[in-house]
Design a protein around this ligand. Structure first.
Ligand SMILES: NC(=O)c1ccc[n+]([C@@H]2O[C@H](COP(=O)([O-])OP(=O)(O)OC[C@H]3O[C@@H](n4cnc5c(N)ncnc54)[C@H](OP(=O)(O)O)[C@@H]3O)[C@@H](O)[C@H]2O)c1
Length: 265
């Protein structure tokens, strides 16, 4: 991509795992970047590392997406620096495991803010610019979780991922004819900081053959949105699990999942 034609991708949750991998993939494909997450030091280190390999503009804006003001703060940062966002990757997310009623309401509220409201609001704020330019690519990091029996992740993880899948489909259909594509990318188990951050150590120790790496997930996500696919499940094994879960009785899939990940289903 020539410098004049360089487009810019805004990536949330770029300080680790799949978001960091998306930053590498977009930069490698010739995009400028706006990276956001709470850990600014991680984002700065990533920006520095990327700049060593290639030319391109990389901006870092630290933001906590559990704060309702964060999406507007990110938009204001971009507007003040005259940065047009061509691609939005709503990737930031985490697990909030535990019994639904034992988790504080504040914790549920923060979770919904990060996983639903921030995703929706960032899309709402950056979409008009995409419509104006008649070009936009939006990726929402959903999950395989709602398609298979999932462990108890506070009861809200699968529901928010279903929202992200349906929201992606809806945006994709509404803006497809304006050259704006929106993809729900649905990984299964992927090596990142996710399971350790959520204290899901038993899952983190489940067999290696169940796992994908973040880079492969990000590359597949990039290719999906560029080709205008509104939904992908990452990897053959995860696609197989999704089909299998539909085909066999739910209590059997729960027992298989329990055996593999040592969690109660
Ligand atoms: N790993 C998997 O097996 C898997 C499977 C399916 C779907 N996913 C989805 O993939 C996405 C990325 O997860 P990952 O696996 O890459 O996990 P990860 O390594 O833990 O990364 C999560 C990212 O989200 C950011 N984040 C978390 N809370 C935030 C907040 N309040 N405000 C701003 N940023 C926040 C984190 O940055 P800071 O801590 O610096 O803020 C970090 O950059 C998530 O949406 C997750 O649900 C993961």
């Amino acid at each position: 991509m020539s410098d004049n034609a360089r487009k810019t991708a805004l990536i949330t949750g770029a300080s680790s795992g799949i978001g960091e991998a998306f930053a590498k993939v977009f930069f490698d494909e010739g995009f400028n970047l706006v990276l956001t997450a709470r850990r600014e030091d991680r984002l700065q280190a990533l920006a520095e590392q990327l700049r060593k390999d290639k030319n391109g503009n990389i901006h870092v804006v630290a933001a906590d997406l559990s704060q309702p003001s964060a999406p507007q703060k990110i938009l204001d940062y971009c507007s003040n620096k005259n940065i047009h966002i061509d691609c939005l990757v709503n990737n930031a997310g985490y697990g909030n495991p535990g019994k639904f009623e034992e988790i504080s309401w504040q914790s549920h509220q923060d979770f919904l803010q990060v996983m639903i409201t921030a995703v929706t609001e960032l899309t709402y704020l950056f979409l008009p610019g995409m419509i104006e330019k008649q070009y936009g690519r939006i990726i929402n990091l959903a999950s395989l979780a709602p398609m298979i029996p999932s462990p108890d992740m506070a009861g809200l993880y699968s529901p928010v991922k279903i929202f992200q899948i349906k929201f992606s489909e809806s945006i994709h259909q509404q803006y497809l004819d304006q050259n704006i594509f929106c993809s729900a990318v649905c990984p299964g188990l992927t090596r990142s900081e996710f399971h350790v951050a959520a204290n899901m150590h038993e899952v983190a120790n489940s067999p290696n053959w169940l796992w994908m790496d973040s880079m492969t997930v990000a590359k597949q996500g990039f290719n999906a949105v560029m080709k205008g696919k509104s939904f992908i499940i990452n990897g053959g094994l995860n696609k197989f699990f999704a089909v299998l879960a539909k085909a066999i009785p739910e209590n059997l899939t729960r027992s298989i999942a329990k055996g593999l990940t040592k969690r109660s289903y």
